[in-house]
Design a protein around this ligand. Structure first.
Ligand SMILES: [Zn+2]
Length: 382
């Protein structure tokens, strides 16, 4: 039975296959009338398990805080954000990253509301940032209410944005292959959001104004700086701190790590004023943020078996070997091994869990301090 302020709602998704109806579960805590809202979801990429486990621990902590009447702002939690993806079993493995119907990544091509909001707020903005935030949120809500996607995945994307567009903080929990904890954020949100990266113990924070493919976190936050640029005579703050949190690698599913991550999210919310009580001292930021355009995706030049010589979290100097690709069918021992090197200096933050190389396939990601990609490029993976 729900206690305190907690509510649980189920939103049905449109039925796209006869007899197969799915729904999205939304858990909420705290007062809804204080004008402050946090939105947290996990598993938009349904094959990324650590986020679900963090939700398990976080819900437990929020239940306790709610029972103690300590929640002081709206906290909306969507513990399983992709009911379509979590049903995508094939060949004894859960897929969950791409819609089987059209192969579109569930965390790409989210709605871009900027142009439609712009039409609605022309001539309405004032010199008061708070009033402009209210105006823009009302316009965004109107735009979303005017849309009615019929495709199940598009409906889900619309629903997730409709639940989160008016939040001050949005956390989208994901994980990488084999990785250290890292965070994606909009450039205008830094350094104000440094307490998030510091509290989570993120080794890497990657900043972009526009990654080129509109992941969920950008659909929530990017409208603010895009509108600020379109209306330079009016103050429009970056009113949504929206982040994609990569909870290490897909096999990192211990209760210890998940409880630690949930605790860190709880402390972050406590420090930001959503939960009463004093958070512990903020740990120091492990590494300053770096540009998403500075990430090198190291690709395999040849086929073979990958042997990594460095691990996630290692600092790599330009030109250093990070892996070898071994092909026993190559002619002669000197041709059997191909070394793979970094072309930049930076932090190796993710490596592929699949140890088979194929020319062009991404083997590793290194975060450097200097942009190496041009504006407009897709800065993320497919
Ligand atoms: Zn993901």
């Amino acid at each position: 039975m729900p206690t305190g302020t907690k509510t649980i709602n189920r939103h049905p998704l449109p039925v796209s296959s006869m007899g197969n109806e799915r729904s999205l579960t939304v858990v909420q805590y705290g007062p809804r009338d204080k004008g402050k809202k946090v939105y947290i979801q996990a598993g938009l990429h349904a094959d990324e398990a650590p986020g679900f486990l963090v939700m398990h621990h976080l819900l437990d902590m929020l239940d306790q805080a709610d029972a103690a009447n300590s929640i002081d702002g709206q906290i909306m939690v969507v513990p399983v954000a992709n009911p379509i993806g979590v049903g995508q079993w094939r060949d004894e493995a859960l897929q969950g990253r791409f819609d089987f119907f059209n192969n579109i990544n569930f965390n790409r091509r989210h709605l871009d509301l900027t142009a439609k909001i712009e039409d609605r707020i022309k001539g309405e903005l004032s010199d008061a940032p708070d009033e402009n935030v209210v105006l823009i949120r009302r316009a965004a809500g109107d735009v979303l209410s005017s849309m009615a996607p019929i495709d199940e995945a598009e409906y889900l994307k619309h629903l997730l944005l409709h639940l989160s567009f008016d939040a001050d903080i949005v956390l989208d929990l994901h994980c990488d292959d084999q990785a250290v904890l890292h965070v994606y954020l909009g450039t205008p949100l830094w350094p104000e959001a440094a307490d998030l990266s510091a509290q989570l113990g993120a080794e890497v924070t990657l900043l972009a104004e526009d990654s080129g493919v509109t992941p969920f976190d950008e659909a929530c936050s990017r409208i603010w700086w895009q509108l600020a640029r379109k209306f330079p005579d009016h103050p429009i703050p970056p009113a949504c701190l929206s982040a994609t949190v990569e909870l290490r690698g897909r096999a990192d599913t211990s209760h210890e790590l998940a409880a630690l991550d949930a605790e860190n999210i709880f402390y972050f919310l406590q420090r930001r004023g959503w939960i009463r009580g004093e958070a512990p001292t903020l740990p120091p930021l492990r590494n300053n943020a770096s540009p998403l355009r500075g990430v090198e995706h190291i690709r395999a030049p040849v086929p073979g078996v990958v042997v990594f010589l460095r691990k996630p979290g290692d600092r790599i100097a330009k030109g250093k070997t990070i892996a070898e690709i071994v092909n026993p069918a190559a002619d002669g021992v000197e041709n059997r091994i191909t070394t793979v090197r970094s072309s930049i200096t930076g932090i190796l933050f993710s490596i592929n869990t699949d140890r088979y190389a194929r020319p062009g396939r991404i083997l590793a990601k290194i975060a450097g301090k200097t942009a190496i990609k041009t504006k407009g490029e897709n800065l993320l993976t497919s």
